[in-house]
Design a protein around this ligand. Structure first.
Ligand code: PNS
Length: 180
C-alpha cells in the first residue's frame, strides 16, 4: 500500500523529502550553444539535479519555438543523468518556488554580462531568497552567444564549432526556410 502511494509522489516532492540539492539553469537557449552546454555539464557535477528551464525573454524575438529549443537541449544533454528540461513563462523566482529549487546557476562570459546579471541576482534574492551562483565561462566560449550564432548563421557563416551538430543542422534548415 505504501508503495502504491509512493508511485504518486512527484519528482519535486521526492527531491525535497530527500533534501536533494537542486538548481535551475535558466535562459532563452535560442538555440543552445556549446557555451551553454559547458555550463550545464559543470553544474550537473555540482548538484543532485539541474533543471534547464527555457524561459521567455521579453526583450528578444526568437528563431525557434520553446518546444524546438527544449528538444535540442534534451537531445544534447542525454548523456547527463541528472538533467531535466522544462519551460516556464513568468518570473523565474516563481518557478523556483513552485519546484522547490534553491539555486540559480548562470554563466558569466565577461564583464559586460556582469551589471545585468548582478541586478537580476539581487532582485531575485530580495524577492524570494533564491541564491544565484555564477560560473565562469570557459575561455574558449567567452565570446559565444545565441544572438551571435543566429547572426552568423543568417548570413551563411560557419557556426559548426559553436553549437552541437543537431543545432547546426536546425539553424541551416531554419535559415533556408526563411529564405533571406
Ligand atoms: O538567455 P537569456 O535571454 O539571457 O536569459 C534571460 C532570462 C530568460 C533568464 C531572464 O530574462 C529571466 O529570468 N526571465 C524570466 C522573467 C523574470 O524572472 N524576470 C525578472 C528578472 S529580475
Amino acid at each position: 500500500m505504501a508503495f502504491l502511494r509512493l508511485k504518486w509522489i512527484s519528482a519535486d516532492l521526492l527531491a525535497s523529502v530527500c533534501h536533494m540539492k537542486r538548481a535551475v539553469c535558466p535562459g532563452s537557449f535560442d538555440p543552445v550553444t556549446l557555451g551553454h552546454l559547458d555550463i550545464i555539464e559543470r553544474a550537473s557535477a555540482q548538484f543532485d539535479e539541474v533543471v534547464i528551464a527555457v524561459l521567455v525573454n521579453r526583450t528578444k524575438s526568437s528563431m525557434f519555438t520553446v518546444n524546438e529549443r527544449m528538444e535540442m537541449i534534451t537531445k544534447t544533454t542525454a548523456h547527463l543523468p541528472n538533467i531535466r528540461v522544462d519551460s516556464w513563462s513568468g518570473l523565474l523566482v516563481e518557478y523556483c518556488k513552485s519546484k522547490d529549487i534553491q539555486s540559480i546557476v548562470k554563466g558569466l562570459r565577461a564583464v559586460t554580462d556582469f551589471d545585468y546579471e548582478l541586478q537580476m541576482a539581487q532582485v531575485n534574492l530580495q524577492a524570494s531568497g533564491v541564491e544565484t551562483m555564477f560560473m565562469a565561462t570557459a575561455p574558449a566560449h567567452s565570446f559565444l552567444s545565441s544572438s551571435l550564432v543566429k547572426e552568423l548563421a543568417h548570413y551563411g557563416g560557419d557556426v559548426s564549432s559553436m553549437v552541437p551538430k543537431i543545432v547546426n543542422e536546425a539553424l541551416k534548415a531554419r535559415v533556408a526556410e526563411s529564405g533571406n
